[in-house]
Design a protein around this ligand. Structure first.
Ligand code: GRF
Length: 191
């Protein structure tokens, strides 16, 4: 299954995929909406072609930029795209230009702690403030609404009494990597 990966920053999920080489998955294109990010170095180290498509390159027009992202994935023969730390909402022109499947990974047990503002450490702070004893990560289909598509897989992570947002984020991130690799293998096997 030809895989496209959309990134914006650190790229640890991208790195987990490229290191694990999930069975049945061929990473063919990385697209970043930001130049100079670590994820682009990760792609280069693993010899995966990468492109930067910024909104600024399209006169600030999100619709034109997202059509270009979808078009680049289609041109590369991508069948499945994973948003691996991609930090912008995809607009409808993306889905018009890319007919394949798009999935996202999110650092909570959706539907809890999803939606507007639930990014990065804010997710883990909200979990700690709620007193929940358990959190985790979710891989879901991407629908037009943020964090709203059907759930494909989840992994559970215990919250420890001495956790702060940083320690919890680090433990959830490790679980994310395992979940993502396993989910990609399942998707490749079941298509
Ligand atoms: C991850 O926590 C992912 O779930 C979320 O953004 C973060 C990206 O991290 N969507 P990385 O860039 O893969 O290291």
């Amino acid at each position: 299954m030809r895989l496209g990966i959309l990134v914006s920053g650190r790229g640890s999920n991208l790195e987990a995929i490229l290191r694990a080489r999930p069975a049945g998955i061929e990473p063919v294109l990385v697209i970043s909406n930001r130049p100079g990010v670590r994820a682009l170095d990760v792609a280069a180290q693993h010899g995966v072609p990468a492109r930067v498509l910024r909104r600024a390159d399209f006169g600030g027009d999100a619709s034109a930029r997202d059509a270009a992202i979808g078009g680049a994935l289609t041109d590369a023969g991508v069948e499945l795209t994973i948003l691996a730390g991609y930090d912008q909402l995809l607009v409808p022109s993306y889905f018009e230009a890319f007919g394949g499947r798009t999935i996202n990974i999110h650092p909570s047990l959706l539907p809890s702690y999803g939606g507007a503002g639930m990014l990065g450490l804010a997710v883990h702070r909200a979990v700690l403030e709620s007193g929940d004893r358990e959190t985790g990560a979710t891989v879901h289909e991407v629908a037009a609404e943020l964090d709203a598509g059907p759930v494909l897989s989840q992994i559970r992570v215990a919250v420890r009494p001495d956790d702060d947002a940083e320690t919890l984020a680090a433990r959830v991130l490790e679980a994310e990597h395992a979940l993502l690799v396993a989910t990609l293998e399942q998707l490749a096997a079941s298509r």
